[in-house]
Design a binder for this molecule. Structure first.
Ligand SMILES: NC(=O)c1ccc[n+]([C@@H]2O[C@H](COP(=O)([O-])OP(=O)(O)OC[C@H]3O[C@@H](n4cnc5c(N)ncnc54)[C@H](O)[C@@H]3O)[C@@H](O)[C@H]2O)c1
Ligand SMILES: [Zn+2]
Ligand SMILES: [Zn+2]
Length: 398
């Protein structure tokens, strides 16, 4: 089959690789009909190289049709239409029982001290093959796959693999009071859906902060008050002026470690990119690859007693947190990979609602063949061609 594979920094290719096969009785094989490219994939493209091997198949936002199931997989069968969560989780351990599927104890990657295995996401997260491919082996398929109805286009369902549960968790963790205010940093798919879900769940003022014009426009269309980082000189003052001088009740960071504008972190990233693997890894893990500018801005913009919810992924550990300020402001902070299955009962009724209350049908800006994948990574990283969300469709329109 054909698959999108990593070969080095800013180098992904389409390779021909062996078709996946059932390896455990809990596996399933799906024919991939749609597979998102995520902001998280850009971290693999740019900075996480030390944790990848040439030939690793990327992609963690797939849906498709079941081809084959292992003996222990009974809730889905050949021919079913399914969405695959990006967490590989078992559904029966302590963590899964507590709805913390991203910490699954069956699939934790203990060698790296990481939480649950993730599809197509480096050695840190289990190095299992990802879903930007014609076919995918789904581990722990006795639990993960979400069966969805026939009929509507893939757009309706595919974001349940990652974008929607991540945004839903971001909003729930942000604990926005009814009618209260929230600042959403980053208007990529995660930020845009956070805006939409915050509105849907009753937030009042929602600020959408970014620096790319079409993303700001899309945020505004979905109900945010746009704040262009390139136009506003003092962000904190700007937000405080519109929130009775206090700052927002809640903040969602949907940017993560590759924020624009943090020179020290940028330097560490560049160095990590040049070092041979053995040397680069410790640099990444300890000297830090984070660019924490958005995290610091989040702490500034939150009102005293407010809540900060991080959904942007953070990798390294170097920059010291502003602990004094965090403690003094008494903020609550919640974070982590999304617990996908935890939120599906909340989300499924909305994506199957004809009125499309979350506007999922308008999220994809590009639908492309697998062969177009390498070019799409480049366009997405450069934020060209109005690209916000791409679905790769290896077997044609779906
Ligand atoms: N927690 C999870 O489970 C989970 C799941 C999916 C994605 N993520 C993470 O969420 C983040 C967003 O994902 P996405 O797919 O929306 O990515 P994206 O790259 O499309 O969006 C990031 C946005 O942040 C903006 N941005 C960059 N620097 C900024 C700054 N200084 N201030 C304001 N905005 C800034 C960019 O212009 C862009 O619009 C990524 O870090 C990704 O890894 C986390
Ligand atoms: Zn993703
Ligand atoms: Zn588990």
């Amino acid at each position: 089959m054909k698959a999108l594979t990593w070969h080095g920094k800013r180098d992904v290719r389409i390779d021909t690789v062996p078709d996946p096969t059932i390896q455990h009785p809990t596996d399933a094989i799906i024919k991939v009909t749609s597979s998102g490219i995520c902001g998280s994939d850009l971290h693999l493209y740019e900075v996480l190289g030390p944790f990848l091997d040439a030939g690793d198949i990327l992609g963690h936002e797939p849906m498709g049709i079941v081809e084959e199931v292992g003996a222990e997989v009974t809730h889905i069968k050949k021919g079913d239409r399914v969405v695959i969560p990006f967490n590989v989780s078992c559904g029966h351990c302590f963590m899964c029982d507590h709805d913390l599927q991203s910490q699954c104890e069956t699939t934790q990657v203990r060698e790296y001290g990481s939480g649950a295995t993730l599809l197509g996401y480096t050695k840190l997260y289990g190095q299992v093959a990802g879903g930007q491919a014609e076919y995918l082996r789904v581990p722990q398929a006795q639990y993960g796959p979400i069966k969805v109805p026939e009929g509507p286009k893939d757009d309706r369902f595919v974001y349940m693999s990652d974008v929607l549960p991540t945004a839903w968790q971001a909003v729930r963790y942000a604990d926005i009071p009814k009618g209260g205010s929230v600042a959403v940093f980053g208007l990529g798919p995660i930020g845009l859906m956070s805006v939409q879900i915050a509105k849907h769940l009753g937030a009042g003022k929602v600020f959408g902060i970014d620096l790319v014009p079409e993303r700001l426009a899309e945020g505004e269309r979905r109900g945010a008050i746009p704040v262009d980082m390139n136009q506003v000189e003092d962000l904190t003052a700007h937000v405080q002026e519109q929130t009775d001088g206090r700052g927002t009740d809640s903040v969602i960071d949907a940017v993560g470690m590759e924020a624009h504008g943090a020179p020290v972190g940028k330097f560490a990233q560049t160095i990590a990119g040049f070092l041979p693997d053995k040397l680069a890894r410790p640099v990444f893990e300890t000297a830090g690859v984070d660019r924490l500018s958005v995290l610091h801005a989040s702490i500034d913009v939150a009102r005293r007693g407010g809540t900060i919810s991080l959904s942007g992924v953070y990798g390294g550990m170097a920059d010291p947190m502003p602990m004094l300020q965090m403690f003094d402001k008494q903020v609550v902070m919640r974070m982590g990979q999304a617990n996908v299955k935890r939120w599906i009962p909340d989300i499924l009724p909305l994506v199957t609602d004809d009125a499309d209350p979350l506007g999922v049908e308008q999220l994809a800006t590009h639908k492309l063949s697998l062969d177009d994948g390498p070019r799409a990574y480049e366009t997405f990283q450069k934020k060209e061609d109005g690209m916000i969300k791409t679905l790769l469709q290896p077997h044609g329109p779906a």
